[in-house]
Write a protein that binds this ligand. Structure first.
Ligand code: ADE
Length: 252
């Protein structure tokens, strides 16, 4: 077989790789398999490598957790087990799995800026905890970043890891079609998105805003911008305040 030549030939390095450390490997790719991320996984745009943390337990009971020092409820995942799992993840064949991230409600709050940074890297290693959490020392020793997907508590890191992966993978080149530009979405410009409407033009007595039927593209753009600003001011004063500050700085 001859190698393709000419401008269509783009040499490709290893695909962006997600390495996941979990006690429930069967939870991956989970719902990602039903989305564009699943299609992209099949196409090899990204790679998913799931490791079972229990495989790194050393005792005969294959135990991965122990009681917390100082007492209290729940169990804590043991540092030497997680350390061995993280070491194995680092040495795996395939793409460099980049930044290690532990999903935790104590972490830095996930936002679109962090999602963009992670998508721009070579991949990531996601550590999913269960029980009360993980021994803090292994996170420090291995330089693992802590990331939270929101101010609420899940029963494990897996749904958070899937959520983070969904957000990141859709930004990888070739995952979204050209027509689905992320630049127009909520958060990309520090604003929530304008509302959307489709046919019929009137439904249960509710009419689609007139301007959207006008075909006047400048007016439509202006209307969408105003809507976007209004909904952000009303629903997310925190985002609105940050945007106003940034704009002031831009002009200064
Ligand atoms: N694990 C449990 N709750 C979580 C959250 N809010 N974000 C990330 N990981 C979690």
């Amino acid at each position: 077989m001859t190698e393709p030549t000419g401008p269509a030939w783009t040499p490709t390095g290893p695909a962006w790789t997600a390495r996941v450390l979990t006690l429930f490997p069967e939870m991956f790719p989970g719902f990602l398999g039903f989305s564009l991320a699943g299609k992209a996984l099949e196409k090899g745009i990204w790679a998913l490598d799931v490791l079972d943390i229990r495989d790194f337990a050393r005792d005969k009971h294959r135990s991965v957790d122990d009681a917390p020092f100082g007492g209290g409820a729940g169990m804590v995942m043991r540092p030497e087990v997680l350390d061995a799992a993280l070491e194995a993840a680092r040495g795996r064949e395939g793409g460099n799995a980049g930044q290690a991230v532990y999903l935790s409600p104590r972490g830095r709050l996930l936002d679109q800026a962090l999602v963009r940074d992670l998508a721009a890297g070579t991949g990531m290693t996601l550590l999913c905890g269960r029980y009360e959490g993980v021994d803090q020392r292994v996170l420090e020793a291995r330089g693992v970043a802590e990331v939270s997907i929101g101010d609420y508590v899940l029963s494990g890191g897996e749904p958070a890891a899937l959520t983070l992966l969904d957000a990141v993978v859709r930004l990888l080149p070739g995952v979204l079609g050209n027509e689905d530009s992320p630049a127009e979405e909520s958060f990309e410009r520090g604003l929530l998105e304008h509302p959307h409407y489709t046919r019929p033009a009137e439904w249960r007595g509710r009419k689609v805003p007139e301007v959207l039927l006008s075909g006047h593209h400048d007016n439509i753009r202006e209307w969408r911008k105003t809507q976007s600003e209004q909904v952000t001011r009303e629903r997310r004063p925190d985002l609105w305040a940050r945007r106003s500050r940034t704009n002031v700085e831009d002009k200064g």
